[in-house]
Design a protein around this ligand. Structure first.
Ligand code: ATP
Length: 506
């Protein structure tokens, strides 16, 4: 017989007792989910305790987001049970999760683009109504932004679509932590730092630690393994729809995590430190002066070079890449571009993905000339190109003719890479392109970039992940829309970049 204060949950004949003491905030047992032929979750057990930060890691397509959609109430499992604080939830849903204090910041940002920051906050707090609701919503979000990201320069009256992707991510995270009527117990953060620079990411992770120390709970999903190792209490590793490990964070190191995720080869590559030789200087490919640059500084890139763009997010790196992209089609003062250009967008939702199209069509769109057979696109050539890239960078899908949104976030990002690298562009512009890409694939892509640069391609690469700059021959640091430093590979250190980002010049 169960003890008083406990509940029995029946799971395919098995019985489970949830004790009154030490009750988990949430517990899923045997959660299964299929999308057509894809088994996204193969019967997963998962729980989060009060005052616990659980790190969730796994390769692209491992099932992390699907599992989190269940915790947040946006997806129902095909089978399995969900219990919140020991009570089985038979009709779990988003409103129910909200009522129970469970919130989620998904990888694909969800702010309404035409509404202000305050108005977007109001959507989550229906009790903010009547006279003065706008002021109250503005105060609520401003206070939370100040608490999490001191020194942010976001105003509650800013319209969401006017904000950079990094700032939208900050608003979305802050909004999840605002409280009015409903309680706040557990926040799921799915890749919360993917568009944040190192400084802002540090602010958020510091806040998460304080939140958890105060007895609340958090699930942190990240492909930046150092973030998970350094901030989670326990780490859960997923692989192909299963949980394959769950252990105290202290019990893991980077190598064990990568191996458990299924990246034994990746591990060897990590050990074999990245070596990027400075190439012989080839012909000029790009010469570009940022619009706000008043001194003589400009970005110069030659054939075969991988050039990094660094500094705090939103300081003009994306603007310069977009200006170079535009200049390839139409002459622009201060910018010289000598070869065809492709862009890998970081903000795939608004800039990169064609939502109605298949995965294969999304890859082929930049290579139409090559795919043409007479006047029409040859489906066979399109399929060949798609299959080549599916193998090359491991796009996880049973069918490349499926819609692009059937892919996990990281796999969508791989499609954008395939589109640019599969094209005839000699210059590839990359706007923080590794958003949500897993560690194994990242290492594959780094190799690919070096290989392609060796063949004479030029890469201009803005990244918010400092480690990635190790792949570059030299790095331009941006501040307030201007280039403030040009560091060679030998000079490149995190301190030097931060010093240049915050100082007047370097
Ligand atoms: N709406 C959908 N339709 C079809 N398949 C889907 C859908 N959502 C997810 N899948 C599939 O389910 C599997 C798990 O995807 P999920 O998004 O949970 O992975 P993930 O671990 O979050 O990956 P990532 O690190 O890339 O975000 C993938 O194979 C994906 O293609």
């Amino acid at each position: 017989m169960p003890e008083a204060g406990t509940e029995i949950i029946r799971l395919d004949g098995a019985e489970k007792h949830f004790g009154a003491a030490n009750i988990d905030i949430i517990r899923l047992d045997g959660a299964e989910k299929h999308f057509g032929a894809v088994r996204a979750l193969a019967g997963v057990d998962f729980h989060v305790g009060a005052g616990e930060c659980v790190g969730l890691v796994g390769h692209n397509g491992a099932g992390k987001s699907t599992l989190m959609h269940m915790v947040a109430g946006t997806l129902m499992p095909d089978s399995g049970r969900i219990a919140v604080r020991g009570h089985v939830e038979d009709n779990y849903s988003v409103p129910r999760a909200q009522q129970l204090g469970i919130r989620c910041v998904f990888q694909e940002l969800s702010l309404c683009p035409n509404l202000s920051v305050a108005e977007n906050t109001r959507i989550n707090h229906t009790t903010l109504r009547g006279f003065g609701w706008r002021r109250k919503a503005a105060d609520l979000i401003a206070a939370k932004l100040d608490e999490i990201f001191p020194g942010h320069s976001i105003s509650a009256s800013d319209i969401a679509s006017d904000l950079s992707i990094g700032r939208r991510q900050m608003v979305e995270v802050a909004r999840a932590f605002t409280v009015t009527q409903d309680p706040l117990e557990l926040v799921i953060l799915d890749e919360p730092t993917s568009s944040l620079d190192a400084h802002t990411a540090g602010q958020l992770l510091g806040f998460v630690r304080r939140f958890v120390a105060g007895g609340k709970s958090c699930i942190l999903i990240s492909h930046v393994l150092g973030e998970v190792l350094g901030n989670a209490d326990r780490i859960v590793v997923m692989r192909d729809g299963n949980v394959v490990a769950s252990d105290a964070a202290k019990a893991f190191d980077r190598d064990r995590l990568v191996t458990t995720m299924g990246g034994a080869e990746a591990r060897e590559k990590i050990a074999a430190k990245i070596a990027t030789q400075k190439p012989e200087t080839g012909p000029l490919r790009v010469r570009a002066r940022p619009a706000r640059q008043e001194d003589g500084n400009e970005l110069v890139a030659h054939a075969g070079e991988i050039i990094g763009l660094a500094g705090l997010a939103g300081h003009g790196q994306t603007d310069l890449l977009l200006a170079i992209f535009a200049a390839a089609a139409r002459a622009k003062t201060g910018i010289e571009v000598t070869a065809p250009v492709a862009l890998v967008a970081g903000d795939r939702q608004s800039d990169g993905i064609f939502p109605q199209w298949s995965i294969a069509q999304n890859i082929g769109i930049r290579s139409l000339k090559r795919l043409r057979n007479g006047l029409l696109i040859s489906p066979q050539r399109e399929a060949e190109l798609a299959t080549f890239w599916q193998r090359k960078i491991g796009i996880r899908t049973p069918d490349m003719n499926n819609n692009i949104f059937s892919l996990s976030g990281g796999n969508q990002q791989k499609v954008l890479f395939a589109r640019a690298l599969g094209s005839d562009a000699e210059i590839v512009l990359m706007d923080d392109p590794m958003r949500g890409v897993d560690i194994g694939t990242k290492l594959e892509v780094y190799d690919l970039l070096r290989e392609e640069a060796g063949r004479g391609r030029t890469f201009l690469w803005y990244t918010t992940e400092t480690e990635e700059l190790d792949n570059c021959h030299n790095v331009y640091v941006f501040k307030n829309g201007r280039i403030v430093a040009n560091l060679t590979r030998d000079e490149l250190t995190e301190e030097k970049i931060i010093q240049s980002s915050f100082g007047d010049a370097a």
